[in-house]
Write a protein that binds this ligand. Structure first.
Ligand code: SAM
Length: 452
């Protein structure tokens, strides 16, 4: 029951303005607004779904919407006031991409918003542009796929051109298209069973009883993939620490590290603790994991997760992983470097992330990644194991980092990483997972052994 009728489009507009004007993260701004209004009884399930669709779609398709608007405008979009620009984007998104919204509703409701946030001139302007677009859809002609594949894929699948150009060069047009298409899908929520409290079969039953439609993951023995759920916050099983939310690819990393009970492990880039807590559970809550991160405030997340999951073998410490080597030389049985990265393998998780990246990050991040790996490696005992992982697909952050490291450190050698996967073993020495071919997040994992 809704207390006061709220216009879903107006809520979406407010969030999109926050993203554009104040640089807010779309998923965070959306969750905040939806939670606040839900608590006040203002939103129905249908409203929530529609607002989410409008915000995610409009943000994700940003450059394509601006291109479409350009076909119907007689002045530059940059000269239009930000709020009116966003009303136009919302309107054209509904017109061209939301089949269930009638064109008349897309136009009329946009005009209503313009009345509220603009003046008589802008009302006329919004009305003119959107009705022109609704009446003349044939004006939209995408670039030719064969002669201009980069422009075509970028506009058709809402990706920055620089990224598409990279992927076309590496993967070819067909695979790049499949990847971009997959990046526009909403990934399922996945959970990791907290095996020190419950086994997966029992958790599956428990979740079913709580209204979650879910099934066992094919990738890991403790993973669960949810098709539908009533909102995580409502699940008692979460508060009881029976599972951790974690992506399937991310769950593979601790398996490839393959920690043993009683060992001393360093997790060099540990926050918020997804992998740290997984390692802790695989060690059956014995031994010790030192989980470090450069940001003190992020360590609280590791501790909160550990406490909820009843894991007591984790210690946290704020430090720059570039200094780890001199602090713990030859001390650890195993070291994980889950490096800060561009996140280009997980674009489907956040609608605005593709627009926040630039080619420069692929020049800057590798320096930090290499420095962390070199320092963390010094902590590994003779005969110990070093794992390097990222959630990106780019060679500069992955294969090149590991290749350079191995060339400079002859006492370390690559192990057959793919053989350490808990299921679906693969021959890969450097494991690169892709959303479009593996149906999980794009991840890179390398397992490196130190000589005795
Ligand atoms: C990919 S995230 C780690 C995710 C984590 N392993 C998990 O599974 O939950 C990378 C982390 O590295 C941290 N980081 C960035 N630069 C760092 C540095 N120089 N030293 C240590 N941690 C760093 C970031 O704060 C971030 O939390």
């Amino acid at each position: 029951m809704t207390a006061k009728k709220i216009d879903a489009r107006e809520v979406a507009l407010k969030i999109i303005n926050e993203v554009e004007t104040n640089g807010a993260y779309a998923n965070i701004a959306l969750a905040k607004e939806i939670n606040r209004r839900t608590a006040q009884g203002q939103l129905s399930d249908q409203d929530r779904r529609f607002i989410t669709e409008l915000v995610y779609g409009t943000v994700k398709a940003g450059a394509t919407l601006d291109w479409l608007l350009g076909l119907y405008l007689n002045r530059s979009l940059t000269k239009v006031a930000p709020v009116i620009r966003n009303i136009l984007r919302l309107g054209i998104y509904q017109l061209f991409f939301l089949e269930k919204v009638p064109a008349s509703a897309a136009c009329n409701q946009s005009v209503e918003l313009a009345k509220k946030y603009g003046h008589a001139g802008t009302v006329k302007f919004v009305n003119g542009v959107l009705r022109n677009a609704a009446r003349n859809p044939e004006k939209v002609v995408y670039p030719d796929r064969d002669s201009q594949p980069v422009k075509y894929l970028a506009l058709k699948y809402f990706h920055p051109e620089w990224l598409v150009e990279r992927w076309v060069e590496r993967l070819g047009v067909t695979d790049c298209e499949a990847l971009c298409q997959t990046n526009n899908t909403i990934p399922p929520l996945s959970l990791r069973t907290n095996t020190i409290k419950i086994n997966r079969d029992r958790l599956l039953q428990r979740l079913a009883g709580e209204g979650v439609a879910c099934q066992a993951s094919a990738w890991t023995p403790e993973g669960i993939v949810c098709q539908e759920h009533p909102g995580l916050g409502t699940l008692a099983s979460l508060q009881e620490g029976l599972f951790q939310v974690q992506d399937e690819s991310s769950m593979l990393v601790a398996h490839i590290l393959d920690p043993k009970p009683g060992e001393f492990i360093i997790d060099a880039c540990g926050a918020p603790g997804g992998k740290t807590t997984h390692i802790a559970a695989l060690m059956n809550n014995t031994g010790k994991i030192l989980s470090t991160d450069i940001y003190e405030h992020k360590l609280a997340l590791i501790r909160e997760n550990a406490a909820r999951l009843a894991l007591t073998n984790i210690e946290t410490r704020a430090l720059d992983a570039v200094n780890l080597g001199s602090m713990f030389p030859l001390k650890a049985d195993r070291v994980l470097v889950d490096a800060p990265c561009s996140g280009l393998g997980v674009l489907r998780r956040k609608p605005d992330s593709r627009w926040r990246k630039s080619p420069e990050i692929l020049r800057d991040l590798p320096k930090l990644q290499a420095a962390i790996l070199v320092s963390a490696a010094q902590c590994v005992k003779p005969g110990g194991v070093l794992v390097y992982s990222t959630c990106t697909t780019e060679p500069e952050e992955n294969q090149d980092i590991v290749g350079d490291f191995l060339r400079a450190h002859p006492d370390f050698s690559l192990e057959p990483t793919g053989q350490y996967l808990p299921a679906q073993k693969r021959p890969d020495k450097l494991l690169q997972l892709w959303p479009h071919t593996d149906s999980i997040d794009g991840f890179f994992i390398a397992r490196i052994a130190r000589q005795q």
